[in-house]
Design a protein around this ligand. Structure first.
Ligand code: SAH
Ligand code: SF4
Ligand code: F3S
Length: 448
């Protein structure tokens, strides 16, 4: 760490997906290595950073709302920076909209953060990092990981698809994979440091293509990470259906370290809408991948994302989505109303669906899925699952656990009523018998 005359402080708030959460861990580590210290309170910060998301209009508005709240701080010596997807999308327009902002940088520029900090410290009030034509992935040895047991590893950045509704190709740039050597080196270091779980990250993790001579595809990389000594669980998110090959299912079948959970966003059950969305697969293509998982030797939990109200989605198309939910039987899903985003091809489409109708469809999906989860979850009562303990809930008197399928299974332990004298079960694994099921979680008791 550099020695500086007086410690500079920063505050950071993160919006959006796990990629952003992990970017923030890397940004924090970089700032600390540059002599800054993190504070949890805005008032105490010299530098205030928002790592932003622009996936839907609401997410973007949240950021500007936050910035406006602090307008009053303008001129009191604080420096504001906007990072992440809104920064990349809006670029220098942010300086117009929020003139007290001094730094605007997208994720493809974070490797240059130290230089940008120097410029800010020199008094430059219009510092930008907006170039997208980079081959670089943001790798740093300084990452400050939030969770003491589970660590993220970014294996691929950006996106080369062009789904008609989506801003990500504009905010994150073209796809860049890290070499398998560097991914495996990080995984081994994490294991040495005592991390037990690894989560591989990418907008589409399974589009991974090793740029080094080893030339691993995603399934082979997954197998290799699963063999790193000391790692108990490996998760990965998000998978794109188009690039989801059977080898991934076979890798999961062969190694119990690889968690039996796949998040495979379908977006719509109608092939017509999938085509309009430019998703590059049909309903049948998608269902074939589901079949592979259902026929697997391990019980793979499947979750998804659904967009309702994409332009041109008729009642019949929407019914196709509902029937797909029945056919697949997801363990959970994220459900969104289509949101019009800048620069995206879908802006030009006609047949926009009225807001009230989107709200109605959202509610119908939610209700249907609730029924599916009640039914599926009750089937787990009586079974014994291995959980990883994440903490303790004082209010319910239960330990918080997560199964390999990524389900929350909270439990009581006869010999450990709660954390005592600094002793906690957090970070350990227990077998738990499921005694109760609700739509979103389970309760149980530890067994020997
Ligand atoms: N790369 C992943 C998705 C990442 S974005 C994939 O292709 O599956 C996360 C989710 O946000 C998407 O799956 C989609 O359901 C939702 N989403 C993205 N753009 C959206 C928009 N304009 N309106 C509503 N939901 C959107
Ligand atoms: Fe967006 Fe499609 Fe890329 Fe996913 S695959 S990030 S939805 S453009
Ligand atoms: Fe949001 Fe950017 Fe992630 S738009 S969802 S933070 S990639």
């Amino acid at each position: 760490m550099k020695v500086t005359p007086s410690m500079k402080t920063f505050y950071i708030e993160t919006f959006g997906c796990q990629m952003n959460a992990h970017d923030s861990e890397k940004v924090i580590g970089t700032l600390v290595s540059e002599g800054y210290s993190q504070v949890e309170n805005l008032e105490a910060a010299d530098l205030i950073l928002y790592n932003t998301c622009s996936i839907r209009d609401k997410a973007e508005q949240k950021v500007f709302h936050r910035l406006d709240t602090f307008k009053k701080n303008q001129g009191n010596g604080k420096i504001f920076g906007v990072l992440g997807c809104v920064a990349q999308q809006e670029g220098e327009r942010i300086f117009e909209r929020a003139p007290y902002v001094s730094l605007v940088a997208g994720s493809a520029s974070y490797a240059k953060l130290p230089e940008m900090l120097v410029q800010l410290e020199a008094g430059n009030r219009r510092v930008t990092g907006l170039s997208l034509d980079t081959e670089e992935a943001f790798e740093t040895p300084f990452t400050r990981r939030d969770n003491p047991h589970r660590a993220y590893i970014t294996i691929i950045e950006g996106c080369d698809k062009s789904c008609a509704y989506c801003v990500v190709p504009f905010t994150r740039g073209p796809e860049r994979s890290r070499t398998s050597e560097s991914v495996l080196k990080e995984a081994r270091e994490l294991a040495r440091m005592g991390y037990l779980e690894i989560q591989l990250l990418g907008q589409n993790v399974n589009s991974y293509r090793d740029p080094s001579p080893a030339g691993l595809d995603f399934a082979r990389l997954l197998r290799a990470v699963g063999e790193v000594e000391g790692i108990r669980r490996v998760r990965f998110t998000t998978s794109h259906p188009r690039d989801f090959i059977k080898d991934i299912v076979e890798a999961i079948e062969d190694n119990p370290v690889l968690c039996n959970h796949v998040h495979l966003p379908v977006q719509s059950g109608s092939s017509k809408i999938l085509d309009r969305m430019q998703r590059l697969y049909t309903r049948d293509d998608y269902l074939r991948r589901i079949e592979w998982m259902k026929n697997a030797r391990r019980n793979i939990s499947i979750t998804t994302d659904i967009i309702v109200g994409f332009p041109g989605e008729t009642e019949a198309d929407f019914e196709d989505t509902l029937s797909l939910l029945d056919e697949v039987g997801y363990d959970s899903l994220f459900n969104f109303k289509y949101s019009r985003r800048p620069n995206t091809p879908a802006l030009a489409l006609e047949d926009q669906i009225p807001e009230e109708e989107k709200i109605r469809r959202l509610a119908v999906v939610q209700e249907k899925q609730r029924g599916i989860q009640i039914r599926r979850n009750s089937e787990l009562i009586g079974s014994v699952e291995e959980v990883f303990v994440e903490g303790y809930n004082q209010a319910t008197g239960q330990w918080i656990g997560r199964t390999t399928q990524n389900r929350m299974l909270n439990f009581v332990h006869p010999a450990h009523a709660g954390p005592k004298d600094g002793e906690t079960l957090a970070g350990s694994y227990w077998n738990v018998r499921v005694t109760r099921a609700s739509p979103n979680s389970f309760a149980g008791e530890a067994v020997n």
